[in-house]
Design a protein around this ligand. Structure first.
Ligand code: AMP
Length: 287
């Protein structure tokens, strides 16, 4: 196995991606913002087994951050990530600079309005426009056969699937399960922002979603009742938390549902100290 390539230039990345595809190789892509944890690594290991050439990208994409968000403080350790990438068998680590991805005067955007009115799209209005645009650019630069994304960012995955389908992008989009800490907290690069006290409370985010699932299994179908119970649970168990949203939505359309009558997605975003944490749970209801 030859040494891992580190590529900064978008043009070099595209030349390599095109050459690999021209040789009939299967190219897998795992796009990330870096500061990797097991969630990222699980995507890379999964992709490694399914492609000939594996590309991981690290790019803290400025256009998906809103004013006052953590763009400038986003955690980073490229040297550590680079060692992890080598261990995972990454062939090329793509780490473009901001100004090479967005040239002066950049003015072309991809938007997926139907899927982004709710959940994170409501509290971060420009976020998915930045995400869809950068993922489109990464697809064009890397030329992947498939790209792997985590279900932790369920709405993001839905947006990317729709964009890929409706713009006829020749890329398979693969969603992979949420990787959690032993106590149930969904892994996130932003968990590093938590103080020890906040970290101790954070597993209750998932526990609230499990409570909600338990209520559904016990027959409760009224989403207002379900939401209230979890809101109360959070108020008691994460007293310093600030709930951004707790919603029950259709997993495909991301539209709010009033009654839990078929498959639903329970999704939460909660601010805890300096971190804004998200989590979700898909609940399949037998008819
Ligand atoms: P990020 O670096 O946060 O942009 O994440 C890069 C990719 O890793 C995205 O597809 C995320 O959905 C995925 N990811 C982040 N955290 C997790 C996790 N805990 N489990 C599975 N995938 C994750």
């Amino acid at each position: 196995m030859s040494a891992m390539l580190r590529i900064q230039s978008p043009q070099s990345m595209q030349e390599l991606g095109l050459a690999w595809r021209g040789q009939g190789l299967r190219v897998g892509l795992v796009p990330t913002m870096g500061y990797w944890h097991e969630g990222h690594l699980s995507l890379m290991r999964w992709a490694r087994e399914r492609c000939d050439m594996l590309v991981a990208s690290i790019f803290v994409n400025p256009t998906q951050f809103g004013p006052g968000e953590d763009l400038e403080n986003y955690p980073s350790d490229i040297e550590r990530d680079s060692l992890l990438a080598e261990k995972c068998g990454v062939n090329a680590l793509f780490t473009p600079q901001r100004d090479s991805m967005y040239l002066p005067g950049h003015g072309t955007w991809v938007t997926v309005p139907e899927l982004t009115k709710n959940l994170c799209g409501r509290s971060r209005p420009e976020h998915f426009k930045g995400v869809a645009t950068v993922v489109c650019k990464l697809f064009n630069l890397v030329q992947p056969t498939f790209a792997a994304f985590g279900e932790k960012d369920w709405q993001q995955l839905a947006v990317i699937r729709k964009m890929t389908r409706e713009l006829d992008m020749p890329v398979r989009v693969e969603g992979r399960p949420i990787v959690r800490e032993a106590d149930g907290l969904a892994m996130s690069s932003r968990n590093v922002y938590l103080t020890p006290g906040e970290r101790a409370d954070a597993p209750h985010i998932q526990k609230g979603l499990c409570l909600l699932e338990g209520m559904i299994r016990a027959g409760e179908r009224d989403c207002a009742v379900l939401r209230l119970a979890v809101q109360e649970y959070y108020a008691v168990h994460i007293p310093s938390g600030n709930l951004d949203y707790l919603e029950l939505v259709d997993p495909d359309t991301i539209e709010t549902v009033e009654r839990a009558s078929s498959d639903i997605l329970a999704a939460v975003a909660l601010r805890l100290g300096k971190a804004r944490l998200i989590d979700n749970k898909r609940i399949t209801i037998e008819k």
